[in-house]
Write a protein that binds this ligand. Structure first.
Ligand code: PLP
Length: 408
């Protein structure tokens, strides 16, 4: 028996475990310290009442022989696919068909699993800094040597530049063509950057011209309030022939513990003479057995009138936290990015610190925990990610401490 040796090529990721360990050690050494975590990328507010009611109802249905449900349809019940179709696409002027939407247990699985339907020798363009799942899953699938890093620094507004046509060179390879697969994530984790329509249009045109595929992760689309910022890649003309969209109920409706998301694969996506929709459908129906009925009813409730109102209250709460953090650290003299149309604030660290040494100082002097930017990639060095997912009171307290210590 031989193992999949690609796993041995994975770089160890100690980011969140090191943040956790350092925090625990600090608390053990300072038992009276009142530590505030602004590092967490997870929601903290409970599921909204409309979702809870729908789940209770679904549980009761499962208890009755007449309404009990067994295996769900692999790609989702009609009631939830119709709700997604109407609310997220048709209702926003985007044409889409129900069988182009595939319900899943979240965007993380889909981000990773989608790689099953692509050839191993494809080149893959990925941003730096980045949500680490894109890199690791490509390494697992044997595409580690085909990764082209797209640096995203302040000089480009944290947006990846379109590949230079004359220098299409994959890391450790001689490839000189356009990347086959391009990962884009907006609003971005970790930088909080958002992509205006005109910018996304350039990527869509580029992908169509080179017959590349865009994987568009819009897990944070619900944080967008600015009408000029698209919430879906399909708001851009031409996207249906070049883009797959990955969506999640996690940050939109607090489903991180419940688990539900969906992936959109339009029929127009044809590569090697084959519809990606058919491949993904086959992949999912073979390896995935569907989302639980109770969770699908919960997701459906997100689209009800009350559900929409209630999730907006939570989203506004997190947005306001992010705004307060942005304003607070700016008032303390830091340069910061994001925090608008996004739950993440990307703090530029003053000269003389690394991401980790600043993390240590923030913990030691303010008892505030952030996430060091270097953990998201080399270009993240010099930054720290703070999130708006905490409580209001603790967020304000953290800002006051930062202002008091660093604002001198
Ligand atoms: N995509 C990005 C950019 C994320 O930051 C996350 C979670 O933090 C996910 C996807 C995963 O979402 P889900 O909870 O749906 O698996």
């Amino acid at each position: 028996m031989k193992i999949n040796k690609n796993f041995l090529d994975l770089e160890a990721s100690y980011l969140f475990s090191t943040v956790g360990r350092k925090t625990r050690e600090y608390i053990a050494a300072h038992p009276d310290a009142d530590v505030i975590k602004l590092s967490i990328g997870d929601v903290t507010r409970p599921l909204c009442p409309a979702v809870i009611d729908a789940m209770h109802k679904a549980v009761d249905e499962m208890a009755d022989e007449k309404t009990f449900r067994g295996y769900p349809p692999e790609h989702g019940y009609d009631f939830i696919l119709d709700a997604i179709l109407q609310c997220d696409y048709i209702g926003r002027g985007i044409s889409m068909q129900k069988d182009e939407i595939f319900l899943s247990d979240g965007a993380k699985s889909d981000c990773g699993n989608i790689g099953d339907i692509f050839a191993v020798d494809n080149t893959v363009a990925i941003c730096d800094p980045v949500y680490p799942v894109y890199i690791d899953t490509n390494v697992m699938n044997g595409r580690g040597k085909n990764i082209i890093i797209m640096p995203c620094g302040e000089e480009t507004g944290f947006l990846p530049e379109l590949p230079d046509e004359s220098a299409h060179t994959a890391q450790n390879s001689n490839t000189t063509t356009a990347p086959d697969i391009i990962y884009l994530c907006f609003p971005n984790n970790p930088t909080g950057a958002v992509a205006p329509k005109s910018y996304l249009k350039k990527w869509v045109d580029y992908a169509n011209a080179h017959h590349s595929l865009i994987l568009f992760d819009s897990a944070y689309e619900a944080f967008i309030t600015d009408p000029d910022i698209p919430r879906s890649i399909y708001e851009i003309d031409g996207a249906k022939t070049c883009a797959i969209e990955l969506r999640s109920f996690s940050k939109t409706a607090g489903f991180t513990g419940l688990r539900c998301g969906y992936t959109v694969v339009p029929h127009e996506l044809v590569f090697d003479g084959t519809e990606l929709n058919a491949l993904w459908g086959r992949r999912q129906s073979t390896k995935f057995n569907g989302v639980s009925y109770i969770t699908q009813r919960a997701a459906e409730a997100v689209y009800s009138l009350e559900g929409q109102k209630q999730i907006q209250e939570n989203l506004s709460f997190y947005r306001e936290n992010a705004r307060l953090i942005f304003e607070g650290v700016t008032a303390a003299g830091f340069k910061a990015f994001g925090g608008k149309n996004s739950p993440y604030v990307w703090l530029q660290i003053p000269e003389g610190y690394t991401s980790w040494s600043f993390f240590d100082e923030l913990l030691d002097k303010c008892q505030v925990v952030g996430t060091p930017g270097s953990g998201f990639g080399k270009k993240g060095e010099g930054y720290l990610r703070l999130t708006g997912f905490g409580s209001r009171e603790r967020t304000i307290e953290a800002i006051e401490r930062i202002k008091k210590y660093f604002g001198k």
